[in-house]
Design a protein around this ligand. Sequence first.
Ligand code: PEP
Length: 244
Amino acid sequence: MSEACKLAAGNWKMNGLRADIEEARRLATLFKEPSCGILLCPPATLVAAMADAVSGSRVMVGGQDCHAHVSGAHTGDISAQMLADSGARHVILGHSERRTDHGETSASVAAKAVAAHAAGLVTIICIGETEAQRDAGDTLAVVLSQLQASVPEGGNAANTVIAYEPVWAIGTGRTPTLEQIAEVHDALRAALPDAAISLLYGGSVKPGNAAEIFAIGNVDGALVGGASLKAAEFGAIISALEEA
Ligand code: PEP
């Protein structure tokens, strides 16, 4: 664990209906005075209602993507300003599913991050290698180049969080070894534009492996997908982070 702020961030992806906002309420009740940041990023349809539901608590709400422009003819897209207006404090950018499904590049991620920072949002910028890139021995080169190209000028500890998410570990139940996570996080820390930026690990984090991952130096928390949907499971991960 470094000196950077600790953060447990949940990415609900395309999951969740209004009834599921109850899970966010439960988290707020479970963690009245947490010693780490707690963030839930539900689908856009739930951002405003969830932000209202946990208002006044220590649970923060974020979006999963935003457009690089403030407004205009972009059917189906959401601007950073709209997210902020709905009560979001953060936005995930460059998740590998967006890079794959929507052809997002590090340059487009950087442009979105500029818009998000202008709207007062903290960006959680995701980077990570594919399995083929790891097998080819290119992991560090890939993540360092994504880092350099995805974080815009002006990215600092107040407005930026980095999530290292190996693509092959997302939603698969597979994780890198602790040594592999440490190697990447050490290299990222050395390359950050601001050494106090929080570095999250993401990819099949569960209650059963959270403590050992959080014990790695330079891991400041996690970006959690499947295990963030239920307050009991995400709560166990948050507790592990509090204790790290
Ligand atoms: C993610 O979507 O960012 C993620 C890490 O998913 P999971 O925890 O389900 O692997």
